[in-house]
Design a protein around this ligand. Structure first.
Ligand code: PGA
Length: 250
């Protein structure tokens, strides 16, 4: 059985004081969950603060929103896997559609980042998703399958628990217009087939597949009731302790 994972992607939001209040409230509400995992992915400048607040909460994972594939060197502005480990991260988001659209992230860079994360024992949350145009043309499954294959190029995996995939339709992110649970689940089933082709059925069954895009307290239960949806990657609704703890307690 796959343990549900509810992951918060704060994006470029939160100052230290607000983050402290949010995480304290969140830990009081859901810090001791046992039957599900929670991930909090703040911007880099808050990682050390949040780490102190989640320390000791076994099922609460600190995550970053990106990393560079090299360990160190002359890469101004970048942060590496060993640095993320050093500050207590256990997970890292890779290839979010905002990074692909605005910061030149490609399937090639995603593949390098995946390899680096895994080499250092960070669990990647790899994001894939189609545009509105691709969605309306009925190309969703083809697009995300191709993306997944390209991003996983060259990767070996001995344990499906070491990889998380987030399917996030771009048109659903921050729009308030989530995919239907049924559509999202069908896409997940297609993605899991790709994982089975690459890594074998047993490992594919272990990999957690998250849905992302306008997840809210009101729609999370519908997604979680689906056969192949194992959790959610949550943006806007993760910025308030009340809404995110309702999502965790779906
Ligand atoms: P949203 O963002 O929940 O605000 O739609 C999700 C994401 O981009 O990960």
């Amino acid at each position: 059985m796959r343990t549900p994972l509810l992951a918060a992607n704060w994006k470029m939001n939160m100052a230290r004081q607000d983050a402290n209040t949010l995480v304290k409230d969140l830990m009081a509400a859901v810090g001791n969950v046992r039957d599900r995992d929670v991930a909090i992915c703040p911007p880099f400048h808050l990682l050390a603060d949040v780490e102190k607040l989640v320390e000791g909460h076994e099922n609460v994972y600190l995550g970053a929103q990106d990393l560079h594939w090299k360990d160190s060197g002359a890469f101004t502005g970048e942060v590496s896997a060993p640095m993320l480990k050093d500050v207590g991260c256990r997970m890292v988001i890779i290839g979010h559609s905002e990074r692909r659209a605005m910061f030149g992230e490609t399937d090639e860079t995603c593949a390098k980042k995946l390899a680096a994360a895994m080499q250092h024992g960070l669990v990647p949350i790899l994001c894939v998703g189609e545009s509105l145009e691709q969605h309306e043309a009925g190309k969703t499954v083809d697009i995300v399958k191709a993306q997944l294959r390209a991003d996983l190029e060259g990767l070996t995996l001995d344990d499906g628990n070491k990889l998380v995939i987030a399917y996030e339709p771009i048109w659903a992110i921050g729009t308030g217009k989530a995919d239907t649970a049924e559509n999202a689940n069908n896409t997940m089933i297609a993605l899991r087939k790709v994982l089975a082709e690459i890594f074998g059925e047993e490992i594919a069954q272990q990999v957690r597949l998250l849905y992302g895009g306008s997840v809210k307290p009101a729609n999370i239960a519908g997604f979680m009731a689906c056969s192949d949806i194992d959790g959610a990657l949550v943006g806007g609704a993760s910025l308030k302790a009340e809404s995110f703890s309702q999502i965790v307690n779906y």
